[in-house]
Design a protein around this ligand. Structure first.
Ligand code: PMV
Length: 341
């Protein structure tokens, strides 16, 4: 895998990464510490809502300083970043603390997780600042440790994140994302309907754990997800977006079914989610290829042909109101920005 760019010699680096939406979901960890998933997953990286992160080494500083959208990070957000920098420091054999400045362009409260773009950008900028010379595969492994889905945002377009197999050590080495080929004519868009911008009641980490521990449906979904992955890869290669959407929708609904069967149930879907799902069904009845996927929240992302995206967005605006619908095309992988002169 090519390197995103040669690391600078200055001890400072800036990287950009975009969010991704899974079409075959990651739900459930085999190992929480190493962030090893139970199943393979597959996503599309978006061309909107980039995160830009600058990491600057601060020799002599007694701690890391983290700024998120101009505000000093505290508590859990700060702990996640410093734990991740500790990992980079261990791998690079260096001990300096750092100043991290992150700007997220996801509209405030859009209800879209920013951890994927956030940790992909932090891994890319952090590795460069600490002179850790990693190719894209190893960057993906590193980003995984910050947030599982971040492993996929290292790549643009469609990406497959391997769960890894064998012992924990072997799986750690084998668990990374890589680009997935799709037919040249495939011209997808994801139309994002924000039905609720609030923070989620249960973190995805806690919800995954509860689902794995208590849901009698989990193993059946995990087994069927392997088949979904094989079939969606074939559909991507064949340029068959309708089949890609069909598989993505059933995979997401299956994931939510595992959560609903957890004890107690984890329910992210709201009445407004179901209203949007009805609109998507109506679009299909009107002959438009549109299929829905939902993550750890009530918002709906609708996969369609780019040529139909405006029409799909109009239909969804009717359900969730203006200003709450965004159109995304496939976007680039994480990359370093040239150093300022
Ligand atoms: O990477 P996390 O811990 O934010 O978990 C992401 C889980 C889902 O968004 C629900 C599915 C996925 O594959 O992105």
């Amino acid at each position: 895998m090519p390197r995103p760019q040669a690391p600078p010699a200055t001890g400072a680096a800036t990287a950009v990464a975009h969010p991704n939406i899974a079409l075959i979901k990651y739900w459930g960890k085999r190992d929480e510490e190493l962030v090893l998933p139970r199943t393979d997953s597959l996503s599309m990286t978006l061309g909107i809502f980039p995160t830009t992160t600058t990491v600057t080494l601060a020799p002599g500083a007694g701690h890391d300083t983290v700024t998120l959208n101009g505000h000093s990070a505290q508590g859990e957000a700060l702990r996640r970043v410093t734990t991740f920098l500790d990992l980079i420091r261990r791998q690079s054999g260096r001990s300096e603390h750092a100043v991290v400045d992150t700007v997220n362009t996801v509209p405030t409260g859009a209800g879209l997780a920013s951890s994927a773009s956030g940790f992909a950008a932090l891994a890319t900028a952090g590795a460069a600042a600490y002179q850790l010379d990693l190719d894209a595969t190893h960057l993906s492994r590193l980003a995984r440790r910050g947030s599982g889905s971040a492993s996929r945002s290292v790549f643009g377009g469609f990406a497959l994140w391997h769960a890894g197999t064998g012992t924990l050590t072997q799986a750690d080495l084998g668990s990374y994302a890589e680009p997935v080929p799709a037919a040249a004519g495939l011209d997808p868009a994801l139309v994002i309907a924000v039905v609720n911008a609030g923070a989620k009641a249960v973190s995805s980490r806690a919800a995954m754990r509860r689902t794995l521990d208590t849901s009698p449906l989990y193993e059946a979904w995990a087994a069927s997800s392997a088949g979904d992955l094989t079939q969606i890869r074939a559909a991507l290669l064949a340029g068959d977006l309708d089949t890609v959407g069909e598989i993505a929708e059933r995979n997401a609904l299956g994931m939510h079914a595992t959560m609903l069967a957890a004890r107690p149930a984890v329910r992210y879907l709201s009445p407004a989610t179901v209203t949007v799902l009805d609109r998507v069904l109506r679009l299909r009845q009107d002959g438009i290829s549109a299929h829905a996927t939902m993550d750890a929240g009530p918002n709906v992302k609708v996969l369609c042909h780019a040529a139909d995206a405006d029409q799909v967005a109009d239909a969804l605006r009717g359900a969730v109101g203006p200003g709450a619908v965004h159109i995304a095309r496939p976007g680039p992988g994480a990359h370093l920005l040239p150093a300022a002169t």
